[in-house]
Design a protein around this ligand. Structure first.
Ligand SMILES: [Mg+2]
Ligand SMILES: [Zn+2]
Length: 180
């Protein structure tokens, strides 16, 4: 199978590992016990051709909020890099008030990856589970894939008609969409 993209940028929470629902809010793991890698992603990534360049771009505002220790985050990312053929993990540790250029939906992290690895935008896509991911993709001028989940039903309708954004129900479907 040949792939329509050479470079894939994955969001982390909800794609690589489970999100954590606190009360009714979708949140991120704050300790290693909450950091659970998704089995379906594990299977999916194993099937990808080794020629693909894989990256992660993740917002981790819990660092700025003092809710997540940098050492814990580092350990999570060491685990990901040890298990998966991901070239680099880009992290935004800021919150909205910091007005940084990297926090998705801003395109900073995507632009940085594209520049650092000299990638072509038309060969690069982002895969995520929130409006921040798809908007970041849109702002960077790359196509986006949105995982349709129970907790993001509200945004699924909004993006259904956008041709730069493709909704997928599970990783088997994503594999079909990425292949050609
Ligand atoms: Mg996410
Ligand atoms: Zn940032």
């Amino acid at each position: 199978m040949s792939f329509s993209y050479r470079n894939i940028i994955f969001d982390r929470d909800g794609i690589i590992n489970d999100v954590v629902i606190r009360h009714v809010t979708v949140s991120s793991p704050r300790n290693l016990k909450e950091f659970i890698l998704k089995e379906d992603f594990k299977k999916f990534i194993k099937k990808l051709p080794s020629s693909l360049n894989l990256f992660v771009a993740t917002n981790q505002p819990d660092i700025a909020r003092g809710l997540l220790k940098k050492t814990i985050l580092k350990k999570m990312h060491e685990d990901i890099l040890e298990i998966y053929p991901i070239r680099e993990i880009f992290v935004c540790m800021h919150d909205n008030k910091d007005m940084c250029a990297c926090r998705k939906p801003k395109s900073g992290m995507i632009e940085e990856i594209i520049k650092k690895y000299n990638l072509s935008k038309s060969e690069t896509c982002i895969v995520g589970d929130s409006s921040k991911d798809v908007e970041a993709g849109f702002n960077a001028g790359i196509n986006s894939f949105l995982l349709a989940t129970e907790y993001n039903k509200d945004i699924q309708l909004k993006y259904k008609k956008n041709t730069n954004i493709c909704l997928f129900r599970d990783f088997n479907e994503l594999e079909c969409f990425l292949g050609s």
